[in-house]
Structure formats: structure tokens, C-alpha cells
Design a protein around this ligand. Structure first.
Ligand SMILES: C[S@@+](CC[C@H](N)C(=O)[O-])C[C@H]1O[C@@H](n2cnc3c(N)ncnc32)[C@H](O)[C@@H]1O
Length: 236
């Protein structure tokens, strides 16, 4: 059984026990851990996952990168069984540790890294990628700057998708890069992109903004007849 079945409203007992276990072991994090599986979290993550899953882009050979992955709640148990590997990056070491206890998957890595400062080789692998960032409001660097920083040239054409969320909840602690409309949020994306789905997700504290799409690759034909591809060079 899937650990979380969003469409059939089912939650695996073992997964729930892992959440109870970490809240017992890390009492100072209990509220935060339970926030990550709150009703609003299910609503916004379900929008993202429904869009991505119904679009048909997910396949067994692709890799998923999650930026600001927190406890990996909801996204990891749904996506990990469907893809080759997931890389979850968060600057909070303890959050990564807790995430790795909650989510027991051989193909998921929780890494303590700030991708706005450190380049990571997974961005350069010759596989299709889905880049998820639902923590955009916490990260100062805009998505197009981060993508440009992490861009690589590859010999193989590949598909690079993004699924990103931000919100207009400026009065919440830690929210340093909020947006106030989908149009403003689109200006944070790499310039060459194709939006597949865009949505506003209202909740009692404000509005979450969601963009799902594909980054158009830049193609370079070299003098020796070879072709190479990148996804970040032509950003704004
Ligand atoms: C409150 S959580 C997630 C909020 C988000 N709205 C969501 O629903 O997924 C924000 C996470 O972003 C992480 N974070 C903040 N700045 C970061 C950065 N530069 N790189 C990676 N993670 C970062 C924090 O450590 C935290 O775990």
C-alpha cells in the first residue's frame, strides 16, 4: 500500500507511527512536524501532486529535486515510489534527520545544503528532472537565479519540469520572499518556460500561488558538429 493515498484519503499506519515517534523524540519540533501534515498542507500539496501526476510527465527513470524539503511530508511518500531517485535539500540539518526517520525509502536522499550557495551534480545528470520548491517564500534567491546557478550543459536532451509554490503571507516568520500574484511569481521563473498549470489556492491566512511547467532548453550546435543543451543560461 502507498504510505499516503491522496485520492483515496488513506494514510498508512506505519507512516503515522513514524510521525508520532519523531514528535516524541524531538518534542521541541512537534508543532512544526504536525504543521507539515496540516489540512492546508494537504490541500496545497495535493494541488501540486494532482497536477504533476495527471500531466503524465512522471516516469520510473526520472529524478525529483525538492528544494526546502522540510520533513518531506506528503511529497516524498507519494512521489518516491514512482521515480528513480529523490534528492531533498534543506538547510536545517535536524529537519533532514527527522525527514529521514519519517520517510523510509532507499531511493530518497535528504541533504543539508543551501542550493543558492552550493552547486549540486544532480542538476547535471542526463535524466529528466522535476524540480519542486514549495518553500519559495523562505528563500531569498528567485527561482530563475537558483536555476541559472545550478545549470549544466549536457550532451543529451532531457526534460526539466518545475512545480513551485509561494504565497502572499508576509506576516509569517521566515517569509522573506512572498509574492502577491501569479504574474509576479511568473517573473521569478527562468525566462524560457512553458506553464502547464497555474493556480491560486486560497486559505484563511492568504493565498498560495502554484506554477507547474517545463523549462525550455537552450541548444548550442558546436563547430565539431555536436550539440549540447542547458536549462539556465538564458535566464533573466
Ligand atoms: C516552513 S518550511 C516549508 C514551507 C512551505 N510553504 C511548504 O509548505 O512546503 C520551509 C523550509 O525551507 C527551508 N529553507 C529555508 N531557506 C532555505 C534554503 N536557502 N535552502 C534550502 N532550504 C531552505 C527551511 O529550513 C524550512 O525547512
Amino acid at each position: 500500500m502507498q504510505k499516503i493515498d491522496l485520492f483515496d484519503n488513506k494514510f498508512d499506519i506505519g507512516y503515522a507511527q513514524n510521525i508520532f515517534e519523531v514528535s516524541r523524540r524531538f518534542p521541541e519540533k512537534t508543532v512544526d512536524i504536525f504543521d507539515s501534515i496540516s489540512k492546508n498542507q494537504f490541500i496545497s500539496k495535493k494541488e501540486l501532486l494532482t497536477s504533476v501526476l495527471t500531466s503524465g510527465i512522471i516516469h520510473k527513470e526520472m529524478k525529483v529535486i525538492v528544494i526546502g524539503s522540510w520533513y518531506g511530508s506528503i511529497l516524498v511518500p507519494v512521489l518516491a515510489p514512482l521515480v528513480k531517485e529523490m534528492f531533498c535539500f534543506d538547510i536545517d540539518k535536524e529537519a533532514n534527520h527527522i525527514a529521514s526517520i519519517i520517510n523510509e525509502y532507499d531511493n530518497v536522499q535528504f541533504r543539508s545544503a543551501d542550493l543558492t550557495k552550493e552547486k549540486h551534480p544532480v542538476f547535471g545528470e542526463e535524466v529528466d528532472l522535476l524540480i519542486i520548491n514549495t518553500s519559495s517564500e523562505h528563500i531569498e534567491m528567485k527561482m530563475h537565479e537558483l536555476i541559472k546557478f545550478q545549470s549544466h550543459w549536457t550532451k543529451k536532451r532531457r526534460d526539466i519540469y518545475f512545480a513551485v509554490q509561494s504565497n502572499n503571507m508576509t506576516d509569517i516568520e521566515g517569509h522573506i520572499n512572498c509574492v502577491h500574484s501569479l504574474e509576479e511569481f511568473k517573473s521569478h521563473l527562468p525566462a524560457r518556460n512553458q506553464i502547464i498549470i497555474e493556480k491560486e489556492i486560497p486559505e484563511e491566512r492568504g493565498v498560495r500561488y502554484f506554477l507547474f511547467g517545463q523549462i525550455e532548453l537552450q541548444v548550442e550546435k558546436k563547430k565539431d558538429g555536436t550539440t549540447r543543451y542547458t536549462f539556465g543560461e538564458d535566464s533573466k
